[in-house]
Design a protein around this ligand. Sequence first.
Ligand code: SF4
Ligand code: SF4
Length: 301
Amino acid sequence: MKEFIQKAAFSVGFDACGFAKAEELTDDAAFLRSWLDAGMNGDMQYLERNFEKRTDPRRMVPGCKTVIVLLLNFFPEQVQNLHSHKIAKYAYPETDYHYVIREKLQKLEQKIADEFGNDCFASEFQHSFIDSAPVLERRWAQKAGLGWIGKHTQLIAPGFGSYVFIATLMLNRELNAYDEPIRDRCGTCTKCIAACPTQALQPGILDARKCISYLTIETKSEVPEELKEKLSGYMVGCDICADVCPWNKKWSVSHLHDELKPSEAILTWNDDDWERADGEQLRRTFRKSAIMRALKNQRKV
Ligand code: SF4
Ligand code: SF4
C-alpha cells in the first residue's frame, strides 16, 4: 500500500511523500499550550480552537491510523523586480496554492480509492488537509521522515529545503512500517535568528506578533508603532529567515510545476506600480492569487 501510494503521489505531481503512525503529539501539545498561553499567536484565535484535535489526528478524524504527508516544492526560478514591494515566494504563483494542492489531492485520493476502495480513508467526508493546522503539519512531516523543523520553525526537507507546501491525508489502515523521523541538523547555526529584522525568533519559537509574515498576512489589527519602520517595503510575507538558511542555499532548486507559474505582475511590478494600483486593479490582477487574503486584511481591496 505504501509503495503504491508513494508512486501515485509522485505521478500526480507531489515531490515527496512519507508515512507516520497516527498518535497523540504529546510534546507538541505541551509546546503549543505554552506558546498560546504566552499569547504568541497574536490574534490568530483559530489556533486556540479544537486544541485536542490539533494535537491528536485521531480526534480530528476518528478512525485515523496513518498520516500520509505530501510535499510540493514551490521555490521559484525567477525573482521579483529588485525595486518592488516584497512578496514572499509562496505567493508568487498566479493561482493560490490551495487550489493547486487540492486538485492534486483529489487525483491522488481517486487513485487510492480505485486500488484499495473508498473505505480506506479515515473519514467519508474530510480526510485531507492543507494548512489546516500550520504548526502541526510540520511535525507530521518530520515524523514521516521528510525533514526536520529548523530553528526558524519551518520544515527543512533534505533535497528541497524549506520552500515546500505540506498537505496531509488520513487513512484508517495501519501500515507494517512507518518512516523514521530525521534528526535535527541545525547544529550550532543561528543565522535565521540573527537575520530576523524584528527579533521574532528564538530557537524553535516564533513570536508571531513580531513576525512580518503575520503582520502582513494574518492580522487585521494595526501594526504596532515600533514595528512599522521594519515593515517598510514588505507587502506580503517575509522570506529572510529562510533565505539565509545554509540548507536552503544548498538544497533549494526551482520547482517544475506549471500550475505554480508565477504571476507576471508579482515578478515585474516596481514600487510605483504597487503604490499606484487601486483596489479594483489589485482585485483584477490578483483575483486567483494567494495574496488576495493579505490584501483584504490590509484593507487594500
Ligand atoms: S519571516 Fe521574517 S519576520 Fe518572520 S521570523 Fe522570519 S525573518 Fe523574522
Ligand atoms: S539558518 Fe541555521 S539555525 Fe536557522 S533553520 Fe537554517 S540551519 Fe537551522
